[in-house]
Write a protein that binds this ligand. Structure first.
Ligand code: ARG
Length: 459
């Protein structure tokens, strides 16, 4: 196959140069977007009188034929194609003859790869949004189921205060809600069409970039041709959002791993989301959770790679930018699969309340609630903190819980306190009373769930 740009060359490319230079191995993923972009472009060229209507029609027929041949496996790209743009254009010319040579009027691969990339990413974002919304709906269902089921709340991985499982779930709901917001705002920013920016400076031909932007479903054309071909912010916006969201998934995955350990035994992950050991017959390992925790590494890598590629590149297009794709595709695939796997695993996981209950009287989970009870008796919080600290010390020495302290022991610490004056300090009462806005009381978790439903309905 002869190159589409060979006019000024006396020698053809060395074979290893062809291989090193080619992006066809991965950018063929963009074939549909590339053809759609070309159809819009030639439609505009005809509307503007730059090509004739019959030229446009035969170019569109040719492109549709190529699309069918790619999808039926008749066309197999290879390194001779260099990239998807050349791969399609050269086949168009081979198919329909010289009229095919008119397609590349008033455009360049520099803007073409950008319009393809943005169209591709917009589609993928819509799919990832669907999956995040599904994950959120699973979280809401589970949060409802466990709205009043009490578990240990940790800080520093130490028993801190009792919380409901529904409350813990709703914390993650907020994280994924922010991920959805981030993705929507990334989408909005990338929704501008770079097609027609040409190599870097626009064209002398009477094109209409508003037409192509509209035909391709963008809100408007990009403002500046030079920026259009050198900008990869939309990829970085996506990769940043992906990195943050994968970080959220990996945090919850980590909790799944330790909740699933023998030491905790808080959860039972469905067999279909676990694997066994090739040597230890008894093993049921939480591999999906571990893999999710691990997958975040590659997405951070994808972000760091592109930030590093872009750093210090002068305007306008540089071949370095071809390195924008593999990491982006990897992050799309990884994030998309991770959200789906996590949602399914969550759906198939049940909490073992019997095991959790055994932990609730360890670590003085109601200590802060008792201090707050003392505050209600008009004891300043710092004093109350000191008093409850002394109670904990006695319990530690005696090997009992705070509820077991006698009036005598309490009065020895402070004359203002009796067992009765502390009221109901059972773990359940403490949780029920944490009704401050955003708190863990089941009534408040119920409000958070309702607000979550409103958010999802609007998505
Ligand atoms: N395959 C190239 C890329 O993805 C397309 C643009 C090439 N432009 C060029 N002037 N060499 O970046």
């Amino acid at each position: 196959m002869t190159s589409l740009w060979g006019g000024r060359f006396e020698k053809s490319m060395d074979d290893i140069v062809k291989t090193f230079n080619a992006s066809i191995g991965y950018d063929q993923r963009l074939y549909k977007n590339d053809i759609e972009g070309s159809i819009a472009h030639v439609t505009m060229l005809a509307e503007q009188g730059i090509v004739t209507v019959s030229e446009k029609d035969s170019i569109i027929d040719g492109l549709n034929g190529i699309l069918q041949d790619i999808e039926s496996g008749k066309i197999v790209f290879d390194v001779e194609d260099e990239d998807i743009h050349m791969g399609i254009e050269s086949r168009l010319i081979a198919r329909i003859g010289d009229v095919g040579k008119k397609l590349h009027t008033a455009r360049s691969r520099n803007d073409q790869c950008q319009v393809d990339g943005r169209m591709y990413l917009k589609d993928e974002i819509r799919e990832i949004l669907n999956r995040l919304v599904h994950l959120e709906s699973v979280i809401l269902e589970k949060a409802e189921k466990y709205a009043d089921k009490i578990t240990v709340g940790f800080t520093h991985m130490q028993h801190a205060q009792p919380v409901t499982i529904g409350f813990h779930f709703m914390a993650y709901f907020q994280m994924f809600r922010r991920d959805i917001d981030r993705l929507l705002s990334a989408y909005e920013r990338m929704d501008l069409c770079p097609l027609g920016a040409c190599a870097l400076a626009g064209t002398t031909l009477p094109t209409n970039r508003h037409t192509t932007a509209k035909l391709l479903g963008f809100s408007a054309p990009t403002e500046n041709a030079m920026d259009s071909v050198s900008d990869r912010d939309y990829c970085l916006d996506f990769l940043s959002a992906a990195s943050i969201s994968m970080m959220h998934l990996s945090r919850w995955a980590e909790e799944f791993v330790w909740w699933n350990s023998q030491e905790f035994s808080y959860i039972e992950i469905d067999d279909s989301y676990c694997t066994g050991s090739s040597i230890m017959p008894q093993k049921k390992n939480p591999d999906m959770a571990e893999l999710l925790r691990g997958k975040v590494g590659r997405v951070y890598g994808d972000l760091t790679q592109l930030l590093t590629v872009m750093k210090g590149t002068p305007l306008a297009y540089n071949k370095d930018f071809q390195e924008d794709k593999e990491g982006l595709f990897d992050a799309v695939d990884t994030w998309k699969a991770s959200v789906e796997i996590f949602a399914n695993m969550l759906e198939k996981t049940d909490f073992r309340m019997d095991m959790i209950e055994k932990q609730l009287d360890k670590g003085f989970l109601n200590a802060t609630d008792i201090a707050e009870q003392l505050v209600k008796m008009n004891i300043p919080f710092r004093e109350a903190h000191e008093i409850v600290g002394k109670m904990v010390k006695i319990c530690e020495n005696k090997g009992c819980i705070l509820e077991d302290l006698t009036d005598d022991e309490l009065q020895e610490i402070d004359l203002r306190i009796t067992r009765d004056s502390m009221g109901d300090i059972s773990i359940k009462a403490c949780v029920d009373a944490r009704t401050s806005f955003g708190g863990t009381a089941p009534t408040e978790v119920g409000r958070q769930i309702e607000a979550g439903k409103v958010f999802l309905d609007d998505c």
